[in-house]
Design a protein around this ligand. Structure first.
Ligand SMILES: [Fe+2]
Ligand SMILES: [Fe+2]
Length: 205
């Protein structure tokens, strides 16, 4: 499959398939949307941010996949990206259950992260895996923060985030095993700033 086809398929998976047929999340329970209005709004805002993060993850992985020529690296990245697609579906379904919508800026996150993933990937697989490990580490940190901020009665979102956290930590550890190159602190700070912008904007738009 050529690169353009891969981008089109990933774009479809990211923006259309998670909404098709209103697939129930494995974490949905009978108590669906029984949250008080205020808690529902807090949960929806947080899950919108997580949804944006998963859109970004799809695009970053895709950028890195098409940038590498090594089949082994491609397989490792594709395996993790499959789990990220599950995260995206769960966040989409949960957002709909909370009667909210994804960030209007989602296409921007996708295009920005696709370019970033490709750019980083072109520096070589070692660098790409180190970047991935740092990204997953920052994502895990942010999910822990959201787990504390979610209303205590929203067990469904908590279950989703707990499973996502488990997967992100495993992605981070797998990436560290593939490369132990240390990234410059300035790049790590820049990544943190990018993540901060994505979260703040997705909370509002
Ligand atoms: Fe994820
Ligand atoms: Fe991940």
């Amino acid at each position: 499959m050529n690169r353009i086809d891969q981008i089109i398929i990933s774009f479809e998976n990211t923006f259309f398939k998670p909404y098709l047929g209103n697939v129930p999340s494995p974490y949905s329970e009978k108590e669906k949307s029984m949250l008080p209005r205020k808690s529902k709004k807090i949960a929806a805002d947080l899950m919108r941010v997580n949804h944006s993060g998963e859109v970004a993850a799809q695009a970053l992985y895709l950028g890195q996949i098409i940038a590498t020529d090594d089949p082994n690296t491609k397989t490792k990245l594709k395996d993790a990206a499959k789990e990220e697609l599950e995260h995206l579906k769960w966040c989409s379904v949960r957002l709909a259950e909370l009667e909210d919508k994804p960030s209007l800026l989602s296409p921007l996150w996708f295009l920005g992260c696709l370019s970033l993933g490709y750019f980083v990937g072109k520096f070589g697989d070692e660098y790409s895996f180190s970047f991935l490990a740092e990204t997953e580490s920052q994502v895990a940190h942010h999910i822990k923060d959201h787990l504390e901020k979610l209303p205590k009665e929203d067990h469904i979102s908590k279950n989703i985030l707990n499973k996502m956290l488990e997967d992100e930590i495993s992605h981070r550890d797998n990436a560290y095993q593939s490369s132990n190159k240390d990234l410059p602190q300035s790049l790590k700070n820049l990544m943190r700033f990018g993540g901060h912008c994505l979260r703040q904007l997705s909370l509002r738009i």
